[in-house]
Each structure stands twice: as structure tokens, then as C-alpha cells.
Design a protein. Structure first.
Length: 478
């Protein structure tokens, strides 16, 4: 019997687990994939939004601004990449100015600091590659960019260090209310908990509807992206938005914390909750719309494209709180943009609900910090030489594009909630995220995984499940 079971290992589930681990509680995260950060949290714009878009008074607005304010300290405590770069919302004509003014007014009402409407000359002075057709822009200095993998993994690792259990490859099939709480039936047996947190992303409606007669509906909203090489990473220095529509903030152009350039997303409502395929039409739309705000985009530098799904609730609002007709069942649903920005505040809100519900006491020994994987390239020449002398694996380059060493990959595998697949290593170290997109380093990374996990090469997967890369051979020869 757990006190709390959290369903879902994305940023919302991991943030809730981390904040809950401040208390004396027996908690567990159930994740149907082989790792944390395998759903919406791994495929998004990686933006820390300022908070001017959401309706004043809404949960989205409150948690967006609060999460933005928490992000810098959280990134320092948990050692994940974050940069406060600022953002611009581009206005292309005088006719669009009322929409820009509306955003400014909402931002002021939401408590966003430093907002300013800039004229054409001011915008071009800040970003020379903005289209010559720019008329004005809304500048938000508090906006930023973050590594979504780094943040999700850091939150989960810190929760694990503080006693939260994680069960992977564990899919929830049914939930039943009992006298003492809930029975959660999965493909790996039955779990019991006094309280349940539903942080299941695009599947949050399915989980909620197992226990509540007041149904909710989550629509998967697909967004497609193009990622450009680091040679294009300085084309803009801030996140460049279009004026938002009812489908979201439109196609953006932004640098990433790792030095690439990202453009996207589209916004297409679909039925398939696993529909993360890209389309010719979607990528053409991304390229066309991005070019309306930013000129001379070096599209020949695209190294990959991908798609992610946003968990869109019919009411366009976060659903966070105890279900009216299911005591002890806490929803954390409809977490679409600005969910990544809001997740530190979401985690705090969920933990506070559970603290009051269960009468939890704070720990005296809560560990609030976590150290990420050491990057030898950040060390001085003498320090790096000394590190390699002590641990030669840090002198063995595995991924040439990103200059990732064997030592970093070993750390990714051996640390709390360590990597068990190629994608697990990639999200933790960036091995395979460079220009060649793992064409060179995959076999060598697989060798390290097989050696460290004491399995055959044919057992190593790209992303868990049946995604094996070596098939049709005799395992005894590997």
C-alpha cells in the first residue's frame, strides 16, 4: 500500500513526485514507457513562456507566471540547462496592433514583468534577421529556453534520490475504488494507494474516466518541428513568435540551449494518441510560416524533423485538483502549453493538495539539489587532463558531432534512473543528437549499454519495447 501513486513520468508527474518527496510519504511513479520523458515532455518547443498569453485569472496564467519565476533557481538546484533569452511577438501591420496590445494588457494583468511594445526600428536593432515587413513587436524579457529532457530527468532523479519509487514499462489498465483508496491494475500486477495522481498526458482522460462519472476529453494536438544544425543557432538570439490564434502560439523560431535553431510547431487535432508522425504538409507549413517572421532561414541546415502531441482539454484549461466524485484521485490533466514552464508550480500545487489530504510531515533530510552529468568540455585544459588521467573513459569520444565521451555515457547508465536504451542515453548526454543523427555513434553506444547492462547487443533497443536494432542473428555470437 503506497500513500500516493503518480501515473505518468513526464514533467508534470516528475515535478509532482519531486515536490511530494519533501514529505514523509511512500510514493511511486508508474510509467508505461521504458523511461521518463517519453511523451509530450520530450517533443515540444522547449520554451519558458513569460505568461502574457493565458486569460487573466486562469490556472494557466497563474501557474505560468509562478513557474517562470521558479525556473532559474530550480535549474541551479537541479543542474539542467536554462537561459533567460527574452521573446518577441511579431506584428506585421497596423491592423494587427490591437491584438498585440491585447497581449500586452493580458500580460500586465497576469503580473508579467518588463513587457514592452517595440517599434520597427527597435525590433530590427535587437534581431537583424526579423522580416523587413515587421511593424512592431511585444518584448518579454522574462521568457527563456530550457532543455526539456534535462529538466524532466533532473526532477525524476531528485525525486528518486529522496525515496520515490519508479516502475517503468508499467501500463495502467484499470483503476478501482476501494474502502482504503484505490487498486491500480497494470500489465505488471496490481498496486494499491491511498491517493492517485493522474499525470498521464494525452491519456489523462482515459485514466480519469476510469474512476469518475464526470468525464473529461483530451484531444491530441500534433505539432511538427524542424531542428537546424548548430551552424544556424545564432540566426536569432530570442524566441520569435507570431500573434497567437485559437490553436496556440503559432509557428516560432528559437535558439535552443544547446546551440541549435528550432522552428515549429503546427497545430493539428488528431484522434491517435500515438500519432507522432511527421507529414509533408505539416513541415511545409512550418517552413512557410517561420519565414513570414524571420528572413533568410538556412533551411539546408535542417538535421531532423519530429512531432509531439499536446494534451488539449476541451475547456482549454489545466485540470488540477481532486475529482468531485472520486475522493483521493487528483487530476493533473490538460497540461499543454505553457505546461513545461508551469511544471515547477504544478508540482508544488499537487504536493500541497496531498499534504493537506494525507496530513504529511516534512522530512528533515530532504535533498534539494542534484548534480547532472559532467561535461569534460566545460573544464579547463588542466582539469580535463587530470580527469582523463584518473578516468580514461572521459578521453574516449563516442559521439563526434556532440563530442560526447564514454565517461558521460557510463554516468548516464549508472546514475539514478539510468539509461537503458539508445534514446535514454541520447536524452541524458546528447549522444546521437548532432548533425549525423547517431549514424556514427549508435553501434558504439550499444556496445557500452550491452556491456554495462550485461545483456546481448540484440537486447538493446532504441526506445524500449520492440524497438530493437539488431535482429535476425544468433545471440550467442554477439
Amino acid at each position: 500500500m503506497y500513500d500516493v501513486i503518480i501515473i505518468g513520468g513526464g514533467v508534470s508527474g516528475a515535478a509532482s513526485a519531486r515536490e511530494l518527496s519533501r514529505y514523509k510519504v511512500r510514493a511511486c511513479v508508474l510509467e508505461k514507457e521504458e523511461d521518463v520523458c517519453c511523451g509530450t515532455s520530450k517533443a515540444n518547443s522547449a520554451i519558458v513562456h513569460a505568461g502574457y498569453d493565458a486569460a487573466p485569472g486562469s490556472l494557466k496564467a497563474k501557474l505560468n507566471v509562478r513557474g517562470n519565476e521558479m525556473m532559474e533557481q530550480l535549474s541551479e538546484d537541479l543542474d539542467f540547462p536554462f537561459q533567460k533569452t527574452g521573446s518577441l511577438v511579431i506584428c506585421l501591420s497596423g491592423e494587427e496592433m490591437p491584438g498585440l496590445q491585447e497581449l500586452y494588457d493580458k500580460g500586465v494583468a497576469n503580473g508579467v514583468k518588463g513587457l514592452k511594445i517595440l517599434d520597427r526600428e527597435e525590433v530590427l536593432g535587437m534581431e537583424p534577421n526579423i522580416t523587413d515587413d515587421v511593424y512592431a513587436a511585444l518584448y518579454a524579457p522574462s521568457a527563456g529556453i530550457v532543455c526539456p529532457f534535462g529538466m524532466n530527468i533532473a526532477l525524476a532523479e531528485n525525486a528518486c534520490t529522496n525515496g520515490v519509487e519508479f516502475r517503468f514499462n508499467t501500463e495502467v489498465l484499470d483503476i478501482r475504488k476501494t474502502e482504503n483508496g484505490y487498486e491500480i491494475h497494470t500489465n505488471r500486477g496490481m498496486f494499491q494507494a491511498k491517493c492517485v495522481v493522474n499525470a498521464a498526458g494525452v491519456y489523462a482522460d482515459k485514466i480519469h474516466n476510469m474512476v469518475s462519472k464526470k468525464k473529461i476529453h483530451i484531444t491530441p494536438r500534433r505539432g511538427e518541428y524542424c531542428l537546424l544544425d548548430k551552424s544556424a543557432g545564432t540566426h536569432v538570439s530570442r524566441t520569435i513568435f507570431s500573434l497567437p490564434t485559437k490553436y496556440g502560439k503559432g509557428v516560432l523560431v528559437t535558439p535552443t540551449v544547446h546551440g541549435n535553431l528550432l522552428i515549429g510547431p503546427t497545430a493539428v487535432d488528431i484522434e491517435n494518441k500515438e500519432g507522432t508522425n511527421t507529414t509533408r504538409e505539416g513541415l511545409d507549413e512550418v517552413i512557410s510560416k517561420a519565414g513570414q517572421n524571420v528572413k533568410n532561414l538556412p533551411m539546408r541546415q535542417v538535421i531532423t524533423s519530429f512531432a509531439g502531441l499536446r494534451a488539449h482539454d476541451d475547456g482549454s484549461e489545466f485540470i488540477i485538483g481532486e475529482a468531485d466524485d472520486a475522493e483521493g484521485f487528483i487530476d493533473c490533466a490538460g497540461i499543454e502549453s505553457p505546461g513545461l514552464t508551469s511544471c515547477p508550480a504544478i508540482g508544488g500545487m499537487v504536493a500541497e493538495i496531498l499534504r493537506e489530504k494525507l496530513g504529511l510531515e516534512e522530512k528533515e533530510n530532504f535533498i534539494s539539489t542534484r548534480k547532472g552529468i559532467l561535461n569534460p568540455n566545460t573544464l579547463a585544459k588542466e582539469e580535463r587532463a587530470e580527469l582523463i588521467r584518473k578516468e580514461p573513459a572521459y578521453g574516449n569520444i563516442i559521439c563526434r558531432c556532440e563530442m560526447i565521451t564514454e565517461g558521460e555515457i557510463l554516468d548516464a547508465i549508472r546514475r539514478p534512473l539510468g539509461a537503458r536504451s539508445l534514446d535514454g542515453v541520447k536524452r541524458r548526454t546528447r549522444a546521437g543528437m548532432g548533425r549525423c543523427q547517431s549514424g556514427f555513434c549508435s553501434p558504439r553506444t550499444m556496445e557500452i549499454l550491452a556491456r554495462e547492462l550485461h545483456v546481448n547487443m540484440s537486447d538493446i533497443t532504441k526506445s524500449g519495447g520492440n524497438s530493437r536494432l539488431v535482429v535476425g542473428v544468433n545471440k550467442d555470437t554477439l
